[in-house]
Design a protein around this ligand. Structure first.
Ligand code: CP
Ligand code: NVA
Length: 307
C-alpha cells in the first residue's frame, strides 16, 4: 500500500525506491484491468496548466482523469491571468479552492516549486526544463514489460543531457538500473542531478555514468533511449545543435554496438533523420508507441494515489 496521498510529484528524487516501484506495479495492474466502473476519482478535478505545447501529456492526463471518473481542465497559460502578470503564488492559492490537483508544464523548475509551496493540493510536474518525472514512470513501466525486470538492466541515453535524461537517470538510480548518458561535450546533464542520482545509486547498486564517446557508451546496452536535440524553449539554438549532435544519431551503425535484443525508446515527439533514423524508430526493436501508451497507465496510477 502506497502512502503518498496529498503529495506533490515534482521530481522522482522526492520518492523512495519502494514508492516508485509501487507506482510502476500499480500502473501495470491498472493496465490489465478495467477500472472505469469503479470511478476511483469520481467528482475530482485536475487543472492542467500548459506554458508549452503537448500532445501526449495533455491527452493522457485528460483521458486518464475521465477514465477514473473525474474531470480535467485544460488551462493555456496565455489565456490565464498568469500571462498578464498574476503571480504563481496567487494562482496556486486561487486554484486550490476550485480543483483537487494541478498538473503544470512550464519552463524553469523554480516555477513549479513556487506553485507547490503555495498550493494546498497536489502539484504534478508535466515537464519543466529540469525534469519530466511522469515520462520516466512510463519509461520504467515499458522497460519492465519488455525486459521483465528493471534492476541490473543497462540503459544508455544518447543525446542532450536534458529534462528527460535527468528524470530517467533519477528513476534508474532509484530502481537499480544502470544508466549512461552519452552526449557531446558541453551538453552533459546537470552535475547536481548526476550527483543526486549517483547518491541514490550507491544504495541500489546501480551505476550512473556520463560519457562523451557514444559507441563506447552503447556497447552491450539493453536499452537505447534518445530525445530531441532541441527542446522546447531552445528553438533559436536549433541550427547549431544539429551540428553539435550530428555524431549522436541513433542509427543502424550505432545500435549494432548494443545487445542483439536491445530495446529502443524515445519519449516522442521524434525527428526522424536527426536524433534517430527512421529504420531504428520504425524498426522491430522500437517500443515507442507502447511507451507513449504507457503514459496513460502510469499517470492513472499516480493520479489515483495522489488525489
Ligand atoms: N513525451 C511528451 O511529454 O510528449 P508531449 O510533449 O506531446 O506531451
Ligand atoms: N526534451 C523535450 C521533451 C519533450 C517531451 C523538451 O523539453 O522539449
Amino acid at each position: 500500500k502506497l502512502d503518498i496521498q496529498g503529495q506533490d510529484m515534482l521530481t522522482l528524487a522526492d520518492y523512495s525506491s519502494e514508492e516508485i516501484i509501487g507506482l510502476v506495479e500499480k500502473a501495470y495492474e491498472m493496465k490489465q484491468t478495467d477500472h472505469q466502473a469503479e470511478e476511483p476519482l469520481k467528482g475530482k478535478i485536475l487543472g492542467m496548466i500548459f506554458e508549452k505545447s503537448s500532445t501526449r501529456t495533455r491527452v493522457s492526463f485528460e483521458a486518464g482523469m475521465l477514465q477514473l471518473g473525474g474531470h480535467a481542465l485544460y488551462l493555456n497559460s496565455n489565456d490565464m491571468q498568469i500571462g498578464r502578470g498574476e503571480t504563481i503564488a496567487d494562482t496556486a492559492k486561487v486554484l486550490s479552492n476550485y480543483v483537487d490537483g494541478i498538473m503544470i508544464r512550464t519552463f524553469s523548475h523554480d516555477i513549479i516549486e513556487e506553485l507547490a509551496t503555495h498550493a494546498t493540493i497536489p502539484v504534478i510536474n508535466g515537464l519543466t526544463d529540469q525534469y519530466h518525472p511522469c515520462q520516466a514512470l512510463a519509461d520504467l513501466l515499458t522497460i519492465k514489460e519488455v525486459k521483465g525486470q528493471l534492476a541490473g538492466i543497462s540503459c544508455v541515453y544518447v543525446g542532450d543531457g536534458n529534462n528527460v535524461a535527468h528524470s530517467l537517470m533519477i528513476a534508474a538510480a532509484k530502481v537499480g538500473m544502470h544508466m549512461t548518458i552519452a552526449c557531446p561535450k558541453g551538453y552533459e546533464p546537470d552535475e547536481k542531478v548526476v550527483a543526486l542520482a549517483q547518491g541514490f545509486a550507491e544504495v541500489t547498486g546501480s551505476k550512473i555514468l556520463v560519457e562523451n564517446d557514444v559507441k563506447k557508451a552503447v556497447d552491450g546496452a539493453d536499452v537505447i533511449y534518445t530525445d530531441v536535440w532541441t527542446s522546447m524553449g531552445q528553438e533559436e539554438e536549433n541550427e547549431m545543435r544539429l551540428q553539435v549532435f550530428h555524431d549522436y544519431q541513433v542509427n543502424e551503425s550505432l545500435v549494432a554496438c548494443a545487445k542483439e535484443d536491445y530495446l529502443f525508446l524515445h519519449c516522442l515527439p521524434a525527428h526522424r533523420g536527426e536524433e534517430v533514423s527512421a529504420s531504428v524508430i520504425d524498426g522491430d526493436h522500437s517500443a515507442v508507441f507502447q511507451q507513449a501508451g504507457n503514459r496513460l497507465h502510469a499517470q492513472k496510477a499516480l493520479l489515483t494515489e495522489l488525489l
